[in-house]
Design a protein around this ligand. Structure first.
Ligand code: HDE
Length: 717
C-alpha cells in the first residue's frame, strides 16, 4: 500500500520513507527533507544558515533529486514527472549557437581610466574627463576555430572591449593585428568559408594550413598585407596579456563644435609583446588546450592584473590626403613613425566572470555601439560590420532583448518605447509606448544638445558597386611589414609560409602564392619556393598599382617590443628526491620578487624529499607537464636522480624541448649531467645555478629567448 504523506509531513520530516504501490519488494527511498521556498522570512532564514532548498524553476521545492518517478521500482518512467521533464528540457536547450567566427574566447571584467583628455577633439566623456573610471568587459578570441578548439593555433586574436560609459555602451571590437584580410564587407562570408573547416570533410579545425584558405588568398591580392601578419609571430601570442590590440578602422572623434578628427585606437600591453615558437605552439595545443584562458584566470586570481595602455593616432582629413595609402582601406595601417601614438589611458582587468556562459558567452559586441563624440568613417569594411553584429546577436541570443542581459545592459539609465519581443525582462507600465504623446506623465525627450549626432558629411557622386582606385596598392605595406621585422622574425614568417603551403595539395596554389610574394620581396619568394622544392619561379603577379618602397617601421616588430621583465612569466623547476633545497628556495625568492611564478615539476606530485629532509609537493607531474608551459626551466637534481631521469622520455622531452624552444636553462651538477646524457651542449643560455649568486643571472637571461641558438636547432626557410 502506498503511503502518501501530506506536503506538511514531507516538509518537516528529516528522512521519510515512501512505499511505492504494487511493489511488494519495495525498498525504502530516502528523502532528504527541505522547506518550501518563498520570498518571505523562511527563505532568508535558510539562506542565512547556508541551507537553501533545491527547487524547480517554478519555485517548488524538490524532495528527491536522485530518482525519476516510475510506475513501480522496475517500471517505466511517468510522463507526469514534471521535475524530471523540466530539468532535462532545460538541459537540452543549454547551448546557444556559437559565434560563427571568434567562437573560442575568454573574457574578464575590468576598468578603463583616462589619463590624458581629448576634450578638444571629442565630446565623449570617457575620452575627455581625466580620472574618469569606466567599467568594462573584455573578450579575447581566436577567429577560425570552434568554441571547443585549442587556445593556441596560428590565428589572429579578437580583442573586443565593451565600455559601460556614463553616456551608454561603447564597443571597440578589434583584433591583435592592425589590418584585415579584405577591403569590403561583401567578401567576409567568402573569406570565412575559405578559412573554416572544408565543408565536404569537416576539417581542419582552427587552421589556415589547407587548400581552401590558400586558394582564396592566392586569388585575393588585397589580403597580402594581412597574410604577412598572420604568418608572423604575432599570431602565436605567449599570453593574452602580452599582445597588442587595434581598433583597425579609422573612426572619427567629434567635438562640441561639430568638428571631426580621424582616430585609430591602439592597446599596448604593460607586459610587452611576447610570442611562442611554432613548434612550441603546436605542442602547447596538446599539453594544455586552455593555455591562454587558464593563464588569464590564474593571473587575475593571483592579483597580477593584466594591463594595457590605451593610445590613439589622431589626424585630420588634410593629413590623411597626404598619406601614400588610403586610411579608409582596412588592409592598411598608419605607421607610428608617420602618426605617433598618444597614450591617453589604461585598461586593467581585475575580475574574473562569475559565470562563463552568462557573461563571456552571452556578451554581445557590436561595432555599431558608439557614444556621442565618436563616429564611424566610410571604411567599407566597417560599414558592413555595422550591420552584421546586431544581426548575428539576434540569431545567437535569439531575441531583440539581448541588451537586457546583465553583461550587455548599459550601466547608465536607458529608456525608450521599444516593447515586447522574446524574453522581455522588464515590465513597462502605463498606456503610452509611442512618441510624441501627451498622455504619459514621464516624458522621454530627445536630447538635441547631448544626444548622439552623426557627423554632417556631404556625400555626392554616382551610386556604384566598385572599389576606390586608392585601394589598389596591395603590396607596398606587405613589403614594409616584412622588411621591418628582425632577422629572426623574418625567418619565422618564411618558415610559416613553407609549413602552411606544404599542407596545400594543389600545386597551382603554391605557384600563385609565390607569384604574389615576388611583388612583396624577391628573397622572401625565393626562400619560400626553395622550402617548397620549387625552383622555376612563376612570374610575379602584375600589380594593380606599382609597389612603393615605404621606410622601415621598427614599431612593427615583435621581438623589439618585448619588455625587460619576468612579470607574467613562469619558470618550471624539475626536481626529484634529494634536490637541493637552497637552490629551489633561491629561485623561488627571486621569482617572487620579479613577479613571476615558480612551478615545481617531479615524477610524482606528492612527498618529494629535499636535501635537508623536508618534503614538498609538486605543482605538476612530469608526464603531464611539459616544458612548453614555461618560459624557462631549471634542473635541480642529484647525481642519482639525473641518472634515472636520463632514461625517462618525458624528462628528456622536457629538457630537449626547452632547449629547442630557445629557453634559458638553469642547471646544478645533476642537471648538467642530464644535459650531457641528452647530448645538449652548454651555451650562454645554460646557466650554472649551483652557485647561488648565479640565480639572478639565470633570471635575467630568462627574460628573453636565446635567439642565437635557433640556427643550431632548426632549419628555417
Ligand atoms: Fe567580426 N564578427 N566581422 N571582425 N569580429 C563577429 O559577431 C564581421 C572583423 C571581431 O568577442 C561576429 O558576435 C564582418 C574585423 C571580433 O564576441 C560577426 C566583418 C575585425 C569578434 C562578425 C568582420 C573583427 C567578431 C560573430 C567584415 C577586427 C568577436 C559573432 C565586414 C577589427 C567579438 C559576433 C566577441 C565577431 C562579422 C570583420 C573583429 C559575424 C561581417 C575587421 C573581435 O557579426
Amino acid at each position: 500500500m502506498s503511503k502518501i504523506q501530506s506536503s506538511k509531513e514531507l516538509q518537516h520530516a528529516e528522512v521519510n520513507e515512501i512505499e511505492i504501490q504494487g511493489n511488494e519488494a519495495s525498498s525504502p527511498l530516502a528523502i532528504v527533507s527541505d522547506c518550501s521556498i518563498g520570498q518571505g522570512g523562511e527563505w532568508h532564514q535558510l539562506a542565512a544558515q547556508g541551507e537553501l532548498a533545491l527547487s524547480t524553476n517554478q519555485g517548488v521545492s524538490i524532495a528527491d533529486n536522485q530518482n525519476s518517478l516510475r510506475a513501480n521500482i522496475a517500471g517505466p518512467s511517468l510522463l507526469e514527472d514534471f521535475i524530471l521533464r523540466e530539468k532535462i528540457t532545460h538541459f537540452d536547450h543549454e547551448r546557444i549557437p556559437e559565434r560563427i567566427v571568434h567562437a573560442r574566447g575568454t573574457g574578464a571584467h575590468g576598468y578603463f581610466e583616462l589619463t590624458h583628455s581629448l576634450a578638444q577633439y571629442t565630446s565623449a566623456k570617457i575620452l575627455s574627463e581625466v580620472g574618469e573610471v569606466t567599467p568594462l568587459f573584455a573578450r579575447f578570441s581566436t577567429v577560425a576555430g570552434g568554441a571547443g578548439s585549442a587556445d593556441t593555433p596560428r590565428d589572429a586574436r579578437g580583442f573586443a572591449v565593451k565600455f559601460y560609459t556614463q553616456q551608454g555602451n561603447w564597443d571597440l571590437v578589434g583584433n591583435n593585428i592592425p589590418v584585415f584580410f579584405i577591403q569590403d564587407a561583401i567578401k567576409f562570408p567568402d573569406l570565412v568559408h575559405a578559412i573554416k573547416m572544408e565543408p565536404d570533410r569537416g576539417f581542419p579545425q582552427a587552421a589556415t594550413a589547407h587548400d581552401t584558405f590558400w586558394d582564396f588568398i592566392s586569388l585575393t591580392p588585397e589580403s597580402m598585407h594581412m597574410v604577412m601578419w598572420i604568418m608572423s609571430d604575432r599570431t602565436l601570442p605567449r599570453s593574452l596579456s602580452m599582445m597588442e590590440g587595434f581598433g583597425i578602422h579609422s573612426f572619427r572623434l567629434i567635438n562640441g563644435a561639430g568638428e571631426s578628427t580621424f582616430v585609430k585606437f591602439h592597446w599596448r600591453p604593460k607586459l610587452g609583446l611576447q610570442s611562442t615558437l611554432w613548434d612550441e605552439t603546436m605542442k602547447l595545443a596538446g599539453a594544455d588546450p586552455d593555455f591562454h584562458r587558464r593563464e588569464l584566470f590564474e593571473a587575475i586570481s593571483a592579483g597580477h592584473y593584466p594591463e594595457w595602455e590605451f593610445a590613439v593616432q589622431l589626424f585630420t582629413e588634410e593629413q590623411a590626403a597626404q598619406f601614400p595609402f588610403d586610411h579608409l582601406d582596412a588592409t592598411k595601417l598608419i605607421p607610428e613613425e608617420l602618426v605617433p601614438l598618444l597614450v591617453i589611458g589604461r585598461m586593467v582587468l581585475n575580475r574574473w566572470p562569475d559565470n562563463f556562459f552568462a557573461e563571456t558567452e552571452q556578451v554581445a559586441f557590436c561595432p555599431s555601439h558608439l557614444v556621442p563624440g565618436i563616429d564611424f568613417s566610410n571604411d567599407p569594411l566597417l560599414q558592413g560590420r555595422l550591420f552584421s553584429y546586431l544581426d548575428t546577436q539576434l540569431s545567437r541570443l535569439g531575441s531583440p532583448n539581448f541588451h537586457q542581459l546583465p553583461i550587455n545592459a548599459p550601466k547608465c539609465p536607458y529608456a525608450n518605447h521599444q516593447r515586447d519581443g522574446h524574453m522581455q525582462m522588464s515590465v513597462p507600465s502605463g498606456r503610452v509606448a509611442y512618441e510624441p504623446n501627451s498622455l504619459a506623465s514621464d516624458v522621454l525627450s530627445e536630447q538635441p544638445e547631448h544626444g548622439f549626432r552623426s557627423m554632417g558629411m556631404q556625400e555626392n557622386g554616382i551610386k556604384v558597386r566598385a572599389r576606390s582606385a586608392s585601394f589598389a596598392d596591395h603590396y607596398s605595406q606587405a613589403r614594409q611589414f616584412y622588411l621591418s621585422l628582425s632577422k629572426y622574425e623574418k625567418a619565422h614568417l618564411r618558415s610559416a609560409l613553407v609549413f602552411e603551403l606544404s599542407k596545400v595539395e594543389h600545386p597551382h596554389i603554391h605557384k600563385a602564392m609565390i607569384a604574389h610574394l615576388r611583388n612583396i620581396e624577391e628573397d622572401l619568394a625565393v626562400r619560400v619556393a626553395t622550402g617548397l622544392g620549387i625552383f622555376d619561379l612563376p612570374m610575379a603577379v602584375h600589380p594593380a598599382q606599382l609597389v612603393q618602397n615605404f621606410p622601415i617601421s621598427p614599431a612593427l616588430q615583435l621581438i623589439g617590443k618585448a619588455a625587460n621583465t619576468l612579470q607574467g612569466r613562469a619558470v618550471g623547476v624539475l626536481i626529484a628526491d634529494g634536490s637541493d633545497k637552497t637552490i629551489i628556495d633561491a629561485i623561488e625568492k627571486a621569482l617572487q620578487e620579479a613577479g613571476a611564478t615558480l612551478k615545481i615539476i617531479a615524477m610524482s606530485i606528492n612527498h618529494i624529499r629535499l636535501s635537508e629532509g623536508s618534503f614538498v609537493k609538486a605543482d605538476g607531474q612530469l608526464a603531464g607537464t611539459p616544458s612548453v608551459l614555461f618560459d624557462a626551466i631549471a634542473l635541480v637534481l642529484t647525481h642519482d636522480a639525473a641518472m634515472l631521469l636520463r632514461k625517462e622520455s618525458s624528462a628528456i622531452d622536457f629538457v630537449r624541448d626547452a632547449y629547442a624552444h630557445l629557453k634559458t636553462i638553469g642547471v646544478d651538477q645533476g642537471g648538467e649531467l642530464m644535459l650531457q646524457h641528452i647530448g645538449i651542449e652548454k651555451d650562454l643560455g645554460v646557466i650554472d645555478i649551483s652557485l647561488l649568486e648565479n640565480v639572478e643571472h639565470f633570471l635575467t637571461a630568462a627574460k628573453t629567448r636565446q635567439w642565437e641558438r635557433e640556427h643550431l636547432v632548426r632549419t628555417l626557410a
